[in-house]
Design a binder for this molecule. Structure first.
Ligand code: SF4
Ligand code: SF4
Length: 299
């Protein structure tokens, strides 16, 4: 059985990536299971999703504690106590990290990464190809499919299953282009080896479903009131920049920011808290005087 664990933030599409992989695996003839865990559901908060692929009936349930492959949607999750994406990995675990940084750079800033770490910047690839961050799920779902040895054709069927019903023809075509590019990028990587199950379960025993500790099963709510500990602006891709000379102080942005990341200064001008701003750009779209511009984040 192959056990794959996805780590991301609400809004990054990791549940969808897990489902694309599951669907692709199903079409390739695997027995498949995929499921997400959100904890406190909140855009930008850490979440996980789990996919199991096997040639025999899957008796395991719940979270994946000892993954063969870990997929991490952005490197800021490595330092997030609520996410702990490296939990349960060992020498055999492969890590696919969506990042602009090299492994050596990440190790230098203190991230204890296992031996087999593959990094690539799928965010830029997704934005450049589809003009949308939402398609990160396609890029990472397909790259993961390649890593476990599935074909591009199966991955494309997986994308069709999960996304096609609510996409325009243009979006579908952009996703196909993105999938081809993500698959090609991942093609140089080794295929993840199947890890033999350490437990043999002869038959399904429903009463044996394991309950993981809260730190694993509901990582976002491991302690009460811990939301302020996490800087949910970490994963922002585009930054709103206020040009005060164009601002009429109507406060529309202040009222409409879904994260309450905009406050007012002593003169009643809006001030963006970049620790919490998630880059949804609603303020940019809603401002009647176009007082905000946007800038791509560089980390
Ligand atoms: S982009 Fe604007 S509306 Fe969105 S979270 Fe940031 S400040 Fe709020
Ligand atoms: S919506 Fe635009 S004009 Fe109104 S307060 Fe915000 S930045 Fe200023």
């Amino acid at each position: 059985m192959l056990r794959i664990r996805f780590h991301g933030r609400g809004g990054q599409g990791m549940k969808t990536a897990s489902r694309i992989l599951g669907s692709a695996g199903f079409h390739a003839g695997f027995v498949v299971q995929d499921s997400p865990v959100y904890g406190a559901e909140r855009r930008g908060a850490p979440m996980s999703a789990f996919t199991r692929l096997a040639r025999e009936p899957i008796r395991e349930r719940g979270t994946v504690a000892t993954p063969d492959l870990i997929v991490i949607a952005d490197d800021t999750l490595l330092a997030d106590q609520a996410a702990q994406p490296l939990l349960g990995c060992d020498e055999q675990t492969t890590i696919l990290l969506n990042s602009t940084k090299e492994v050596a750079d990440l190790q230098q800033i203190g991230h204890a990464l296992a031996k087999q770490v593959l990094t690539a910047d799928f965010t830029t690839l997704a934005i450049d190809t589809t003009q949308s961050l939402a398609s990160l799920s396609v890029a990472l779902g397909v790259a993961t499919a390649r890593l476990v040895g599935l074909s591009l054709a199966d991955a494309l069927v997986g994308i069709g299953d999960e996304l096609s019903s609510h996409l325009s023809d243009t979006q579908r075509s952009q996703n196909t282009t993105l999938a081809q590019a993500a698959y090609a990028r991942a093609k140089t990587w080794p295929v993840v080896q199947e890890r033999l199950s350490t437990t043999t379960i002869e038959r399904a025993v429903l009463a044996d479903v394991a309950f993981d500790p809260p730190s694993l099963a509901t990582p976002s709510i491991y302690a009460s009131g811990n939301s302020p500990e996490r800087k949910t602006g970490n994963w922002r891709q585009f930054r709103p920049i206020l040009h005060a000379d164009l601002c009429t102080r109507c406060w529309i942005c202040f009222v409409r920011c879904p994260e309450a990341a905009i406050s007012l200064d002593a003169q009643d001008y809006p001030v963006v808290d970049y620790d919490e701003c998630k880059g949804c750009l609603l303020c940019v779209h809603e401002c009647p005087t176009h007082a905000f511009t946007t800038e791509k984040e560089v980390r």
